[in-house]
Design a protein around this ligand. Structure first.
Ligand code: G4P
Ligand code: NA
Ligand code: NA
Length: 190
């Protein structure tokens, strides 16, 4: 998506060979125009899939997942990230490590809002090692819903998350693919 690539080049900050800060458009501030366009892009890519729910993880996935759900005319459901102490029988819970935060958290999603009739599009802002995505996919599987695909704003191709999902046969569509951040420079794939 050209507008997204342009915004990444203008507003992204390379902080290491592994991490690109996108706080100006994704993580600390939301660009409404860009976000709605990303929603339209995902909706167009997955429009033939009969999606009934869009699923994401709080917090940074919510804006783009909302835009996508709005375009598809379906609800958005989001998992909370919690440090759970008690088992919660009303929710699906998956424990996942976090690449940037260096901690383990639980993804918690209410059983009320996902069921075996659903066809799910999982949308998220960034994929790195894919731990969050894998946790969400486990939750979707346990609900009996079918996963139609995964939509990612920024895929870091030099980490293994998206690749390993594709190897499992999951359709992963990314709006911007980063091949490398070496030398402080953003290089896009393709
Ligand atoms: P994964 O999705 O590939 O497993 O990555 P992981 O869960 O380990 O990432 C943890 C958090 O770090 C995620 O946000 C993810 O978006 C973020 N992250 C990973 N790589 C980058 C990067 O290069 N730049 C930025 N800005 N963030 C990165 P989160 O914990 O879900 O928090 P939130 O932003 O949704 O609140
Ligand atoms: Na994030
Ligand atoms: Na996220």
């Amino acid at each position: 998506m050209e507008l997204l690539k342009q915004k990444i080049l203008e507003q992204g900050v390379v902080v290491s060979d592994q991490v690109l800060l996108l706080d100006a458009i994704l993580n600390e501030q939301v660009d409404p125009e860009l976000t709605m366009e990303m929603g339209r892009a995902f909706a167009a890519i997955f429009k033939e899939e009969g999606i009934t729910r869009v699923v994401t993880v709080e917090s940074s996935g919510i804006a783009v997942a909302f835009a996508t759900a709005y375009e598809l005319g379906v609800p958005l459901v989001f998992a909370r990230r919690k440090k759970t102490l008690l088992a919660d029988p009303d929710s699906y819970v998956e424990r996942v490590p976090s690449f940037t935060k260096g901690i383990v958290t639980d993804l918690v999603l209410s059983r009320k809002f996902l069921n075996a009739e659903d066809r799910v599009l999982f949308v998220d802002d960034i994929i790195a090692n894919g731990d969050a995505a894998k946790g969400m996919i486990k939750i979707i599987e346990r609900s009996g819903a079918s996963l139609s695909g995964v939509g990612i704003v920024m895929e870091k191709c030099f980490q293994q998350g998206a690749k390993s999902l594709r190897e499992q046969g999951i359709r992963v569509e990314s709006l911007a693919k980063i091949a490398s951040l070496e030398g402080g420079t953003v290089k896009f794939a393709e």
